[in-house]
Design a protein around this ligand. Structure first.
Ligand code: URP
Ligand code: ZN
Ligand code: ZN
Ligand code: ZN
Length: 486
């Protein structure tokens, strides 16, 4: 039996185990796992390397007009190329509805931005900013197209929904087996703090942190979870930045509610002191929720170890450090005027591997779960993506666990002019990445065929094993439950 490609001599890692095996690939899929395989047209020598499912980057902003209306620096080509350099073989950016746009119209727009551009497979989470009756009625067409998750915002003037709108969306999601993701920060607290700080002349980037207090996250996470539990809907709290937020996710899970959490490298590797850098440097570190402190970093690592967080994502939101991005309103702009977000799609996994696996904090299996398998399961792509199994897409990353490299902006291969992680020495890097069996990175060199990526239609969320005790007020068996849970 012959293969298109055999990956020989590596140590395979899945979310549950590590073992020595060769992988045989045929027609873009994993056809065999065995002690020794061959012959093959192409042999990849993986001796001394870890062979893992390619990363799935499930939170990144690409070719998207963000909450402030500014276009991200990366489009689907540069964003996906950068993702490949970071060991990813699949991305799930956002398709953002602008006010007045329909669901199909939004997805068509993003298809036109992604198709022929993305070098690896992609899907979208749909951002809903304008949930009119017509838009709610149209949402099932997104699910039919394989877009089975969406994101809503509790803050940002152009995006935020009120609690009643949020409940309407949660109810539709529940009825269709979709997953709602939420940016949970209390908008009123942020507006109040920002106005007082600005009125007092506190305009520098460092004041971005107190303008988005930890309490604003805690309050909004609690409210979001309460709203989801009222209608028995699954919920993902994205970019959790505080131990208080993480503890609420953990508490909800212990109560049996299908509530999930995500955190991001910036909250583990940077602090609000980075906002204090001289000149306009602090602007590079403005993101929301904001960077916190060293005690928060430690607490979030412990939540990562303990399984509170289901996924670990970059929240890559690239705005250049020039007049097209962070400095659009000039070098003296207040923290309120500076675009929120930082790049990191190529560093999410090297950071987690270096400090997590090589740092002795998590196992390689946890690394695979956090970087790929859990996102595949939660977002409806398992077992096609996110694991090393017979029949799965041959989306595979071969890592050199001992390679040390220093981070430099030029090596990100994105459209950015900085990286917030500049100069850090990291150990453990992807060397070869396959997308459906096709090399997209080989010995560290990018080699994807143009427009190689394909749209991935995702399944609905499988909540088996996560069943929530229903909120008694909305028991469908009650005489009014049917009206509420339509
Ligand atoms: O500051 C951030 N995170 N910008 C990206 C948009 C978002 O809220 O995720
Ligand atoms: Zn967000
Ligand atoms: Zn984001
Ligand atoms: Zn390179």
């Amino acid at each position: 039996m012959s293969f298109d490609t055999v990956i020989r001599g590596g140590t395979l890692v899945t979310a549950s185990e590590r073992f020595r095996a060769d992988i045989g690939i045929r027609d873009g899929r994993i056809a065999a796992l065995a002690e020794s395989l061959g012959p093959a047209d192409r042999v990849i020598d993986a001796a001394g390397r870890l062979v893992m499912p390619g990363g799935i980057e499930a939170h990144c902003h690409i070719a998207q007009e963000s909450a402030n209306g500014m276009m991200t620096a990366d489009d689907y080509r540069s964003g996906s190329v950068s993702a490949v350099h970071g060991g990813n073989s699949c991305i799930v950016p956002f398709a953002a509805q602008r006010k007045g746009m329909g669901v199909a119209e939004t997805l068509d727009l993003y298809d036109s931005r992604a198709a022929g551009r993305s070098v690896i497979d992609w899907s979208y989470h749909l951002i809903i900013s304008d949930p009119t009756e017509a838009v709610l009625a149209e949402l099932p067409t997104a699910f039919a197209r394989g877009v089975t998750s969406f994101k809503v915002f509790m803050t940002y003037p152009l995006m935020k929904l009120d609690d009643a709108q949020f409940l309407e969306i949660l109810a539709v999601a529940r009825a269709h087996g979709a997953l709602t993701m939420v940016h949970a920060e209390n908008d009123g607290m942020i507006a109040f703090m920002s106005e007082r700080l600005l009125a007092g002349g506190h305009t520098a980037p460092r004041y971005h942190a107190p303008s988005h207090p930890a309490l604003a996250e805690e309050e909004a996470v609690h409210r979001a979870i309460s709203l989801a539990r009222l209608v028995d809907a699954p919920l993902m709290i994205v970019h959790v930045s505080t131990p208080e937020g993480a503890a609420l996710v953990q508490k909800a899970r212990l109560a049996g509610a299908p509530v999930f959490g995500e955190t991001c490298p910036q909250y583990l590797f940077l602090t609000r002191e980075d906002l204090d850098r001289p000149g306009t440097e602090g602007a590079k570190y403005i993101c929301s929720p904001p960077l916190r402190d060293a005690a928060t970093q430690d607490a979030l690592w412990r939540h990562l170890q303990a399984g509170t967080f289901t996924v670990f994502s970059s929240d890559h939101a690239p705005y250049r450090h020039d007049e097209t991005g962070k400095l659009k309103h000039g070098p003296e702009a207040s923290f309120r005027q500076i675009a929120n977000g930082m790049p990191g799609i190529a560093l999410r996994l090297p950071l987690l591997f270096s400090e997590g696996v090589n740092g002795g904090r998590i196992t390689p299996e946890q690394f695979v779960a956090l970087s790929s398998t859990n996102a595949a399961r939660l977002y409806g792509m398992l077992p096609r993506k996110g694991t090393l199994a017979i029949g799965a897409d041959a989306d595979i990353a071969v890592w050199d666990p001992a390679l040390t490299r220093r981070v430099a902006a030029a090596d990100q291969h994105d459209a950015m002019d900085y990286t917030p992680f500049e100069g850090r020495a990291l150990t453990g890097w992807p060397v070869t990445v396959l997308s459906r069996g096709v090399p997209v990175l080989e010995d560290g060199a990018f080699c994807a065929p143009e427009g190689h990526g394909r749209f991935v239609a995702r399944d609905r969320l499988d909540l088996t094993g996560l069943g929530a005790p229903r909120a008694p007020e909305v028991d469908p068996a009650s005489n009014f439950g049917a009206e509420i849970l339509r």
